[in-house]
Design a protein around this ligand. Structure first.
Ligand code: NAD
Ligand code: UDP
Ligand code: UDP
Length: 320
């Protein structure tokens, strides 16, 4: 049994990760400032004897004793990370410094939840780990993209300077139950709109692409990355390599929900990447991992989740 710290543990991915780590017999300390996460995401864990929760902002130092750290703290959806962009950069950069400082003091292994956004609007397709990316340093997405890039730099410098055991996972678009219904990400938006019979908002012409990974597959990969030998640092891409246009996604969600919502077209946000697909050869080879959940299957589970949520929450609370 290990003592494991999960930052951002009350968020979408973090809450699933905490659950999996408890199932594997570990002691889990979840910290979160509840900016985008919620107690509801982890309330089923509150009575677990090996689960502990602490309200804490990673931009402040943290003194605890742990064996492993998964650093997930950071808002992930464009509307949330652009709400207070300075805080977003601080969360990635100051957060990484504090957690790396902690890992150094207690000699813990530390994994960074990095992102495909570090590739920006890519000219290399699919994206391989050795591609350096094409990121606008001064745009609306920069607080997130550059914050995450700087965090990667810090991880590798702590490795070189202090010989820390680091792992950098570059996560591509992931979806599933416990996504925030109002966070503006495409899958949550389309499902909620379809279930409520509201118009489906396609940004741009819908020909931009993304590749969507179901949460259970993603968490499995994160656990495997943490358990790689100490000389393996990554960066390593994790995600599902099946690429879809946003229009195809909308049509699939309409078919699966049986909704009669109409598709409407809205302006494409600035710096919105035109295409994104991970090259996951490294993960297949080194982790013996590949995604197992097809988009249709994952969407069905996610639709069931949102359907239940919408019945619990007054529709007016979700509109927008
Ligand atoms: P999320 O917003 O649900 O989770 C992030 C969590 O971090 C929330 O619980 C939030 O309250 C917490 N948080 C934010 N700022 C904090 C701070 N300063 N101190 C403490 N806690 C803080 O998003 P998610 O989808 O679960 O993403 C988790 C991580 O994975 C993020 O680091 C994100 O960048 C990364 N990621 C996610 C995706 C995806 O598709 N879901 C893709 C790439 C990378
Ligand atoms: N830190 C922390 N918890 C610890 C150890 C360090 O939060 O258990 C923070 C500390 O506040 C410091 C940062 O991590 O600002 C970086 O620590 P490091 O030891 O690398 O640098 P230094 O303390 O020399 O600035
Ligand atoms: N998108 C859309 N309609 C929406 C929300 C998003 O067409 O209601 C598009 C968005 O412009 C982007 C893609 O879907 O091209 C994925 O957006 P998301 O915010 O989920 O993730 P990211 O852009 O960070 O990959």
């Amino acid at each position: 049994m290990k003592k494991i710290l999960v930052t951002g543990g009350a968020g979408f991915l973090g809450s699933h990760l905490c659950g999996r780590l408890l199932d594997a017999g570990h002691d889990v300390l979840c910290i979160d400032n509840f900016f985008t996460g919620s107690k509801t995401n982890i309330e089923h864990l509150f009575n677990h004897p090996r689960f502990e929760m602490m309200r804490h902002d990673v931009t402040f130092p943290l003194y605890v004793e742990v064996d492993e750290i998964y650093n997930l703290a950071c808002p992930a959806s464009p509307i949330h990370y652009q709400f207070d962009p300075v805080q977003t950069t601080k969360t990635s950069v100051h957060g990484a410094i504090n957690l790396l400082g902690l890992a150094k003091r207690v000699k813990a292994k530390i994994l960074q939840a990095s992102t495909s956004e570090i590739y920006g609007d890519p000219e290399v397709h699919p994206q391989t780990e050795n591609y350096w990316g094409r990121v606008n340093p001064i745009g609306f997405r920069s607080c997130y993209d550059e914050g995450k890039r700087c965090a990667e730099t810090l991880f590798f410098d702590y490795r070189r300077q202090h010989n820390l055991r680091i792992k950098v996972a570059r996560i591509f678009n992931t979806y599933g139950p416990r996504m925030h219904p109002n966070d503006g990400r495409v899958i949550s938006n389309f499902i909620v709109q379809a279930l409520q019979g509201r118009d489906i908002t396609i940004y741009g012409d819908g020909q931009q692409t993304r590749s969507f990974c179901y949460v259970d597959d993603l968490i499995e990969a994160m656990l495997r990355i943490m358990n790689t030998p100490d000389d393996f640092t990554g960066p390593i891409n994790i995600g599902n390599a099946r690429e879809f246009t946003i229009l195809e996604l909308a049509e699939l969600i309409l078919a699966l929900t049986g909704s009669r919502s109409k598709l409407i077209f809205r302006p494409l946000p600035t710096d919105d990447p035109r295409q994104r697909q991970p090259d996951i050869s490294l993960a297949k080879q080194l982790l013996n991992w590949s995604p197992t959940v097809e988009l249709r299957q994952g969407l069905e589970k996610t639709i069931r989740y949102f359907d239940q949520q919408l019945k619990l929450i007054a529709p007016a609370g979700l509109a927008g």
